[in-house]
Design a protein around this ligand. Structure first.
Ligand code: FPP
Ligand code: MG
Length: 318
């Protein structure tokens, strides 16, 4: 399933314009371009799409007011993945070799920094107001706090509450901020902006829970990432938290996940429990709460697209 299929003609056109603007936004030096361009292949463009839909939620906002920020959001997201792959020493992402694997961590750190700087250059040069820069800065700060929190607790079993804090910081706040920024740029009223942001939060929580399921049970050829990557790097996620509560082999599982043991063994134990169904039900509940928050006043085409994105988030395979 692909959420692009659900987009109206106008939204699809926006996505094509966005795609065409990514290369010029990164291209200056040929080496940097060569290092950056492959990183954008195969991305879902979910964050800029959410922003663009919310920025056009009632009436059309001119592309010159939306595109620089839409591109900036994709650049920030990609920068964060480049840094995430260094931290996790990942070799592939979106089916493509990571920057750290190809060029080493030194060049990869700087590649991420470069994309991050280009994003803020785009924002600075296009007269966005303080509410936009403040939302963006907070989102990046929260990404970093989430990542630091996760890294300080590797190979430790989080409580459900700690898990939720982490996925909120590293994923839900980003998606929520994209929706919020759309509302801000569209100059829609404050209550609606909060509702759009709440939609993004529910969507983001569901997105990350699905991501955590895919890490164990996804098809590597489709996800583009090696299976069990979280477990190998010590990130303990919801399927494990649930299985630890209900499995008869919970002490065996605990030993595997805190000691970097076999992914296949962990998967076997998780599959003997209700963890997959339980996590899926949680993701679906977050989607329900996202949808409840969608304001009634949006254009029908935008409501339909945001509803389809919500289904896509839980049904996706990559
Ligand atoms: C992927 O999640 C990673 C993130 C959502 C955030 C990473 C953030 C940083 C490294 C902070 C630095 C930020 C900037 C802007 C330079 P995941 O590891 O759960 O998913 P994965 O399986 O796709 O790796
Ligand atoms: Mg990661």
């Amino acid at each position: 399933m692909n959420f692009v299929a659900a987009l109206s003609e106008a939204a699809e056109k926006n996505l094509r314009v966005l795609e065409d603007q990514i290369a010029p936004a990164i291209g200056e030096d040929p080496f940097i371009f060569e290092a950056c361009a492959p990183l954008f292949k195969g991305g879902k463009r979910l964050r800029p799409m959410l922003f663009l839909l919310c920025a056009n939620c009632k009436t059309s906002t001119p592309p010159e007011k939306t595109m620089p920020l839409a591109v900036a959001l994709e650049l920030i997201h990609t920068a964060s993945l480049v840094h995430d792959d260094i931290i996790d020493t990942s070799k592939t992402r979106r089916g493509v070799e990571t920057a750290n694997s190809k060029y080493g961590a030194q060049i990869a750190v700087l590649t991420g920094d470069y994309l991050f700087a280009k994003a803020f250059q785009l924002v600075a040069e296009n007269n966005y107001d303080a509410q936009v820069t403040s939302t963006l800065s907070k989102l990046v700060k929260n990404l970093c706090v989430g990542e630091i929190m996760q890294d300080r607790r590797l190979f430790q079993i989080p409580t459900l509450e700690e898990y939720y804090t982490q996925i909120n910081l590293k994923t839900a706040i980003f998606l929520s901020s994209c929706c919020r920024l759309g509302g801000i740029v569209a100059k829609t009223d404050a209550g609606e902006i909060e509702n759009l942001a709440a939609y993004g939060t529910g969507l983001g929580l569901a997105f990350q829970i699905t991501d955590d399921l895919l890490d164990f049970f996804g098809d590597e050829k489709v996800t583009g990432k090696p299976r069990g990557g979280d477990l190998k790097s010590g990130v303990i996620t919801l399927p494990v938290i649930r299985a630890l509560e209900t499995s008869k082999k919970s002490s065996e599982l605990r030993e595997i996940v805190t000691g970097g043991g076999s992914v296949d063994e962990a998967i076997k134990i998780i599959l003997e429990t209700d963890a997959v169904g339980w996590c899926t039900a949680r993701a679906k509940a977050h989607i329900e709460s996202a949808l409840v928050n969608l304001p009634f006043t949006l254009k029908t085409s935008v409501t339909l697209a945001l509803e389809q994105i919500a289904s896509f988030v839980v049904d996706r395979t990559r």
